[in-house]
Design a protein around this ligand. Structure first.
Ligand SMILES: *Cc1c(COP(=O)(O)O)cnc(C)c1O
Length: 599
């Protein structure tokens, strides 16, 4: 027999004829097995089994280590960080002076080390965590994204994702429907953050406006138009895509609403078209990072359509950077008369306003959303959505390649920026959409506004405080506190508008920053006041300019502010009051240690 001949030939081979018996025989200590095979035996016992099995079951390991991770949660009413200490347990850059060990490690010891890395990390679910739009993750999204790691679906193409692709395709459908687009022609690409979405939006504009740029490179100074308060990722995107940061044109923002100033936008478009310069993309920020303002995208669409690109260039893309604000669209069709979820009268008009602002997303060509911001899902679950999938996917199409075959109808690898893409974000987003439904999302968002407007009303009643973004109805409250005895509301108006008050503005900016720094130190060191831990808050070193510094030329004439985001479902009105008590205490301590800040 032919097989026999092959086997005979192998007896001449210096290597063993059949090494199968070295492992998986149930006798892991075979003395004569070579060392590599002993390692294999150990790994075969510690990798998840390909088969259903109770021995070494992955679920058991997950349970053991999740329990250890859970132990890092504080006792009730504990600190806003995880574990026993808020200290940073490494020294930079010396921490990098480390090499791979020679021998194979011990699985449990490595996992214990992983648990220890979370010592001191922010606890996003803590009611005291008020620092940013970082929410704690809902359980459906958390488990969905964790599970995606087990069988590692790769959504670059159908063969490696199979039915898991439904998470991305149904996201396109559900959100396309919500945006008022045709769901069948809506496209969705889960990508690496709101920054990735912005980059996709810009790329869409470049490809449509400068079709030759795909092969010849970007050879035109096409412009990217966004507001002064747009996210700094404008720089990443223009830089990395090779368009150049100098091609960003910033539109002034309204001094009261922080929205894009439409007259200035129109003036910019007129100027560009008169010079024959094309626009690649206009970006409306639907929820700015610092102030939470929504640009008036409906009106922007009208203005953009009135000023098309010069002949020879494609039509500019209107991109909505809605990564922070997108979920307010859940209120676009809420029944405000019946008010089925029984929100307070206080916030109903706000919910209505936000719903109407986001309803205008329908006019965008593409929208970026972050489920890891106001979607209560884990990182990274950002989704870039485009209204005209047939166009987007054809104009970015690349050719076939030899490695991969299209075995299903949906193969985004032909037009995505990424090659391999984890399914983890798509499962997190999809699970959130399915779990929350319309009412769950409305309830969680409305609940945040109940806390936020409670805070706003408190600020209005306390003479030393002033809210500096009272017209912004998104998630963040920005405010300043002044020295005892100051009428904060009047003083702030003077600092905002009067250049002769510049030195007072600067002094109170320094006060704001010093309070922000002290509050962070208190949070990190686990300080308590009256036996209670202090919150994790943040501050901005200039969320906007003064009214006399609209072009931003004077670096000092900007408004610093403390920030509170009541982002999670454990925040209560009591937490809002407590945060202000801590801010007052921090102000008093700063004033004691830095008397130069006194009036
Ligand atoms: C957070 C943010 C981004 C960047 O998003 P990532 O998910 O952090 O990459 C972009 N735009 C706005 C308005 C943001 O708030």
């Amino acid at each position: 027999m032919e097989d026999q001949n092959i086997e005979d030939g192998l007896t001449e081979n210096p290597f063993p004829r059949d090494f199968h018996g070295y492992w998986n025989t149930g006798d892991s200590d075979r003395k004569d097995a070579p060392l590599w095979a002993k390692y294999r035996t150990k790994m075969a016992g510690e990798f998840p089994s390909p088969f259903r099995s109770t021995k070494h079951a992955l679920a058991g390991q997950v349970e053991t280590f999740l329990e250890k991770l859970d132990q890092l949660r504080p006792e009730e009413n504990g600190s806003a960080y995880l574990g026993a200490s808020g200290d940073l347990a490494y020294a930079y850059p010396w921490v990098k002076n480390v090499a791979i060990r020679q021998e194979m490690g011990d699985l449990d010891a490595v996992l214990d080390d992983v648990v220890s890395l979370f010592q001191g990390a922010p606890n996003w679910g803590s009611p005291l965590t008020l620092c940013n739009v970082n929410p704690n993750s809902n359980t459906a999204a958390l488990l969905a994204s964790m599970m995606s790691q087990v069988f590692a679906a790769n959504i670059l193409e159908g063969e490696y994702a199979w039915n898991v692709h439904r998470a991305e395709l149904e996201t396109a459908g559900m959100l396309g429907n919500l945006f008022g687009w045709n769901p069948l022609n809506t496209g969705a690409i889960y990508t690496y953050g709101g920054g990735g979405c912005w980059t996709y939006g810009l790329k869409y504009g470049l490809t449509r406006v400068l079709p030759d740029s795909r092969s010849k490179g970007v050879r035109s100074n096409a412009k990217v138009i966004c507001s002064q308060q747009a996210h700094y990722v404008q720089q990443n995107a223009t830089d990395w895509l090779g368009l150049g940061m100098d091609n960003i044109v910033q539109v002034r923002t309204d001094t009261r609403t922080n929205q894009m100033d439409l007259a200035h936008l129109e003036a910019i478009l007129l100027e560009l078209t008169s010079q024959g310069i094309p626009v690649a993309v206009v970006v409306c920020t639907m929820g700015t990072t610092d102030a939470g303002a929504f640009d008036p995208i409906g009106k922007v669409r009208e203005i953009l359509d009135r000023h098309p690109n010069p002949p020879g260039f494609g039509k500019a893309i209107l991109y909505a950077d809605a990564v922070v604000g997108w979920s307010w669209i859940y209120f676009k069709d809420y029944d405000f008369d019946q008010n089925p979820l029984e929100f307070s009268e206080r916030i109903l008009p706000i919910l209505k306003r936000n719903g109407l602002a986001l309803k205008e997303l329908s006019v965008a060509d593409a929208v970026g959303i972050d489920f890891h911001k106001a979607g209560w899902a884990p990182y990274v679950s950002s989704c870039f959505l485009y209204k005209n999938a047939a166009e987007f996917e054809s104009i970015h199409r690349r050719g076939e390649d030899a490695y991969l075959q299209a075995r299903t109808p949906y193969n985004p690898m032909y037009y995505t920026l990424e090659v391999s893409r984890t399914a983890s974000g798509s499962l997190a987003g999809w699970a959130t959409l399915k779990y929350f439904g319309m009412e769950g999302m409305q309830a969680i968002l409305g609940g945040i506004l109940e806390s936020k407007y409670y805070l706003l009303d408190r600020l209005a009643s306390l003479p030393e405080f002033v809210c500096v973004n009272p017209d912004d109805s998104n998630l963040v409250t920005l405010f300043r506190i002044y020295p005892t005895g100051t009428d904060a509301k009047a003083q702030y108006q003077r600092e905002l508008k009067d250049p002769t008050r510049r030195s007072e503005l600067v002094r109170h900016n320094q006060l704001t920053e010093a309070i922000g720094i002290l509050l962070f130190e208190w949070y990190r060191s686990g300080k308590t006041i009256d036996g209670k831990y202090t919150p994790h808050m943040s501050y901005s070193t200039g969320f906007r300019t003064t009214t006399y510094n609209q072009d931003g030329a004077e670096a000092e004439s900007v408004i610093y502010a403390l920030k509170i985001f009541p982002m999670n479902v454990f925040v209560t009105s009591e937490v809002m009051r407590w945060a202000l008590t801590c801010v007052l205490a921090a102000r008093d301590e700063v004033m004691r240690s830095l008397p130069s800040l006194a009036p």
